[in-house]
Design a protein around this ligand. Structure first.
Ligand SMILES: Nc1ncnc2c1ncn2[C@@H]1O[C@H](COP(=O)(O)OP(=O)(O)OP(=O)(O)O)[C@@H](O)[C@H]1O
Ligand SMILES: [Mg+2]
Length: 500
């Protein structure tokens, strides 16, 4: 063996050595030309050995994590194929159906006009788990290079159209939420679950005229794409829902989302640490969505933040004041740094022009606490008050909960509802059968009793208030101070006091 190698070297050694020298000279003196040559050569070799082309469709696109409509269309398209083909599937259940999806890395072969193509769901897992790095999911499409034109011109359009059509019909809608805690890798990102709230406009208890007005407004909005484009406004509509707890604000939001068939993005503002993070989140919101900020008055000290800026110079001076202020500021910083202007930019800023077809909803229990800039018309186009339950609202709840259209007890309930303030949540609670198949009669009786109790309590409260008011008004001319005599309504005592 050694001999053979030795013989070979003696025959070709000098030639190999001179080739290597030439190679080195070429590399040294003609690097660009040489590299271009080798690149072309390796490309040709690659094409020859691997004639397949691949296209990736990421779940989110761009730096701002905008959700990619193509990804969801492909997801819908493939879910209709994968059940019949794939060997590894994932399954999720909704109220009405089971949804099967192809599992990660499982290949689904599709065929259109005799051309075969392969799809698979893949992910890029980050090496480090820092804030800016996270798992990227994408669909990979692979096909033979000779079908490039067919795929780019015909097939992809077909898949996207089909996927969108499926989504219009039986798409699972999603409820997106932000947050996940300070150390979570979900900061600045959305996580989602399937949105399955059963509320509809039929089941929401509210004044029928108000309900009709909202439905009409939503219909007009939905069909006004051209109109918004013509007047140069982003295609969005803002609603402010206000009213006491338990009057149906969150329920109405779900009904609106169901009516429009939109996804819901529920923003937890206290979990957003800066305007930049808010912007990042917002640019990830897809079109055809309802964007919700619940309890806006609690989420942010919007008016407070503005005041703090002005108060800095005016109220606090001296070292103690500065230290105290710094501590307070750092506490506030930890809470959230989203400012009113950041939020206003979000409502009518440039992001809303991209994509469009969004409804933005704020809710509050205290409308009077909100900064007027936030809720002025044009930002929050429609202000809707949800109030205590009236008789029409009660009828809806009786239908929902007891399947009752009418009953002899209804008249009594009508009278009681006119005399007392009860929220739909309270009514619903009383109408709900408590044990097994509780009789509707029994539920109505319970409600009537609860309404009577509430009326009685309200009367007592009014009487007590009147009493305190009379006591206060009788002594309001001379507020008692230390050393004063005890006030008395006895005229004799009054005279004594005068004389003294
Ligand atoms: N208008 C309504 N129509 C139908 N159900 C209602 C209505 N209002 C309240 N409910 C019932 O009461 C429950 C609480 O209502 P909801 O959460 O919508 O109130 P809310 O106004 O959002 O209260 P909060 O201000 O505390 O957030 C709901 O789950 C629903 O069952
Ligand atoms: Mg609510």
């Amino acid at each position: 063996m050694n001999k053979t190698m030795g013989e070979i070297w003696s025959l070709f050694g000098s030639k190999i050595a001179s080739i290597l020298v030439m190679w080195a000279m070429i590399e040294r003196y003609m690097p660009r030309y040489f590299r271009a040559l080798t690149d072309r050569f390796s490309q040709k070799l690659d094409k020859l050995l691997n004639p397949y082309i691949e296209i990736k469709f990421f779940e989110y696109s761009g730096n701002y994590m905008r959700s990619n409509d193509a990804f969801s269309a492909i997801e819908n398209y493939l879910s209709s194929k994968s059940a019949a083909q794939a060997r590894k599937l994932t399954c999720s259940a909704t109220r009405n159906s089971l949804v099967l999806k192809v599992d990660d890395y499982e290949e689904v072969i599709d065929e259109l006009k005799g051309v075969k193509l392969a799809w698979s769901l893949r992910k890029i897992v980050p090496v480090d788990k820092s804030f800016s790095s996270f798992e990227k999911i994408y669909y990979r499409l692979t096909f033979h290079g000779r079908h490039r034109k067919f795929v780019t011109k015909t097939y992809l359009k077909y898949v996207l159209d089909e996927g969108k059509a499926i989504s219009m019909g039986k798409r699972q809608r999603k409820l997106y939420t932000n947050g996940g805690g300070e150390y979570s890798d979900k900061i600045g990102k959305w996580s989602h679950v399937i949105f399955e709230h059963p509320a509809t406009f039929e089941t929401v208890a509210m004044d029928p005229e108000k309900k009709k007005e909202i439905i009409d407004d939503l219909n007009t909005f939905k069909n006004s794409k051209e109109y918004y484009a013509k007047i140069g406004k982003p295609w969005k509509r803002g609603y402010l829902l206000f009213g006491p707890p338990g009057t149906g604000k969150s329920t109405l939001i779900a009904a609106i989302a169901n009516f429009l068939s939109y996804d819901v993005y529920d923003i937890e503002l206290t979990a957003v640490k800066s305007n930049a993070e808010l912007r990042k989140l917002l640019t990830g919101i897809s079109s055809r969505s309802v964007v919700v900020i619940e309890d806006i008055d609690c989420s942010l000290k919007l008016t407070g933040q503005r005041k703090t800026e002005n108060e800095k110079d005016e109220t606090e001076d001296g070292a103690v004041g500065v230290v105290k202020k710094q501590v307070e500021e750092s506490k506030e910083e930890k809470k959230t740094q989203v400012t009113l202007s950041g939020l206003l930019n979000f409502i009518d800023g440039i992001w809303s022009a991209s994509g469009g077809e969004r409804v933005i909803i704020f809710t509050t229990n205290y409308v009077e606490k909100l900064d007027q800039a936030l809720i002025r018309r044009g930002r929050m186009d429609k202000h809707i008050e949800l109030s205590y339950c009236g008789f029409e609202g009660f009828k809806v709840l009786a239908r929902n909960y007891l399947n009752l259209e009418s009953h002899q007890g209804f008249e009594e309930i009508r009278g009681l509802l006119e005399e007392t303030k009860v929220t739909p949540a309270d009514i619903a609670e009383n109408l709900m059968p408590k044990v097994g198949n509780e009789d509707p009669e029994r539920c109505l009786e319970r409600l009537i009793q609860a309404l009577k109790n509430s009326k009685e309590e309200a009367t007592k409260k009014i009487e007590k208030e009147k009493e305190t008011a009379t006591i206060e008004s009788s002594g309001e001319d001379s507020p008692m101070e230390i050393g004063d005599e005890v006030k008395t309504s006895d005229p004799k005592m009054k005279n004594k006091k005068k004389d003294a």
